[in-house]
Design a protein around this ligand. Structure first.
Ligand code: AR6
Length: 170
């Protein structure tokens, strides 16, 4: 039987018992609001200390840290693009966030990784387009690689949950 490798959950990503969660960070990697703030709060101050040693991260790229007080052992910090109307390579940069995060999961032999909707909060990326990129890039990666074994998309509202549900049912 074929193993199901993509799941969808509506809820708080910081509470998940998975090997890694992805953070929607900014280029400083020094914390912020939204899911970034929630992850730093839940992980505790040692996370900031490790992040300070990383020298930031470029848009579309990703870096990995420990999970500290989270149930997740690792955090993959990825820096999504700010939406500027679609004229500044936003779609390619968001695709790169998923590609580089999944590549880190593969490199670290992470079996299960959970993604929030990168760039879909204060960074203003249209949610439906972002979900399409997330699902397409993930499926493409999983088709070619054994790790991660499972990817979980985590939405934070019913509308976005339905958007992913429809894409995953196709
Ligand atoms: N669990 C799952 N999803 C969440 C949670 C949560 N606990 N909290 C929010 N979301 P955002 P961005 C969803 O704004 O747009 C920070 O200040 C939220 O509903 O967190 O990439 C950083 O430091 C939305 O769909 O990230 C950057 O400066 C999604 O997570 C900037 O925000 C992402 O929303 C990054 O902006």
């Amino acid at each position: 039987m074929k193993k199901i490798r993509v799941e969808l959950i509506n809820g708080d990503i910081t509470a998940l018992e998975v090997e890694a969660i992805v953070n929607a960070a900014n280029p400083s990697l020094l914390g912020g609001g939204g899911v970034d703030g929630a992850i730093h709060n839940a992980a505790g101050p040692d996370l900031l200390t490790e992040c300070e040693s990383l020298n930031g991260c470029e848009i579309g790229q990703s870096k990995i840290t420990k999970g500290y007080r989270l149930k997740a052992k690792h955090i993959v910090h990825t820096v999504g693009p700010i939406w500027h109307g679609g004229y500044s390579d936003e779609t390619q940069l968001l695709a790169s966030c998923y590609q580089t995060s999944l590549a880190l999961a593969k490199e670290n032999k992470i079996k299960t990784i959970a993604f929030p909707g990168i760039s879909t909060g204060v960074y203003g990326f249209p949610k439906e387009l972002a979900a399409l990129i997330a699902v397409n890039e993930t499926k493409r990666f999983l088709n070619k690689n054994n790790y991660p074994e499972k990817v979980i998309f985590v939405t934070f509202c019913d509308d976005n949950y339905e958007t992913y549900r429809k894409l995953l049912d196709q």
